[in-house]
Design a protein around this ligand. Sequence first.
Ligand SMILES: *Cc1c(COP(=O)(O)O)cnc(C)c1O
Length: 403
Amino acid sequence: MGNEADGAEAGDTRKPRGINTRLAHIGHDPRSFHGFVNPPIARGSTVLFPDAGTMERRDQAYTYGTRGTPTHTALENAVNELEGSAGTILLPSGLAAVTIPLLAFAEAGGHALITDAIYNPTRRMADSLLKRFGMEVEYYDPVIGAGIERLMRPNTKIVFTEAPASNTFEMQDIPAIAAVARAHGAVTMMDNTYATPLFFKPLDHGVDISIHAATKYPAGHADILMGFVSANQRCWERLHDAHITLGCPAHPEDAYLVLRGLRTMGVRLERHQRSTLEVSRWLKGEKGVAQVLNPALPDDPHHALFARDFCGSTSVFSIVLDGTGDARRDKAKAHAFLDALKIFGLGYSWGGYESLAVHVWLGDRTVSRADYGGPVIRLQIGLEDVADLQEDLTKGLAAAARV
Ligand SMILES: *Cc1c(COP(=O)(O)O)cnc(C)c1O
């Protein structure tokens, strides 16, 4: 749905409000539903029209369930307000929020440039469906920056970015990449799941399409799958049309719950940020940790770009355990580390209230293969108390040291 005002009163001086104030009030106007603070959950396929003429013209706000409900509108308005977008679509998973825009802008005979440090299921989609639809897919080094110019071709339609990189957390020079793409008539997409629109607003940096796994921070409780895709004016119509054409709406109950999640996202992110920085800094000094991959740390090689463009950090980063020089022993070390953890769960995803750990697989990389010298473990720092998390990680490091 298209962008709307944030519900400010007439005569408001329009001084921008603080982010937590906006998160508390965006999307739904209580007066539009009998004063209830939260929007209704509108379940429905059929929507009735008052007469045949209205039905023929489809001249009303809602016409059929796949085209959205007032619950969807409330969340879409909220996301538009945060992203500064012309419109937002809601999808039943974060992965669908990647695949739908790729399908929307794919054209037979076209060329797509995709960062090599991409979320793996995005690569899977690009290497299968996109190629089958006649797109040429090329992976580029995530740190290429303005150097992407030399990879641009007359038929380049899509430049796909993700920062920081999945699992290895390299930063991308998003404004430089987006400027080159725009000069060549290509659409720039960014998977912005890490930062949320609170810490990075892609459309303000030249990106056309901002993608989120709302499953992560917006939902925040590991109980919902959802994706957001927000577009600028230039790309909105085509994106919206693809969404309607493919018929994959998010569930209204989930839209309701994700809007509820947004209300507390600011305070949750403050806590995630504080704890994650504390744990990252502490891990840097711990025995058995060879490297901490977190661009929010001032001595990280990617920190300069991070500090220039992002205004906050969130809850995921990776550590490299001391390597043994033997791949099988490294794997045993990673497993010993993970198996010793009691508070950290072993599971995918992140952005929920609970801490998680996963042994990262980097075997899919093509142009940006790097040897980290030891097993890479990705950590998500939840909302638990830092001292307890440190105690848990200490157990993991002790177990790894015994391998
Ligand atoms: C989790 C994730 C997705 C996919 O989200 P799902 O809701 O799990 O499908 C996409 N991109 C990134 C960067 C993610 O971390």
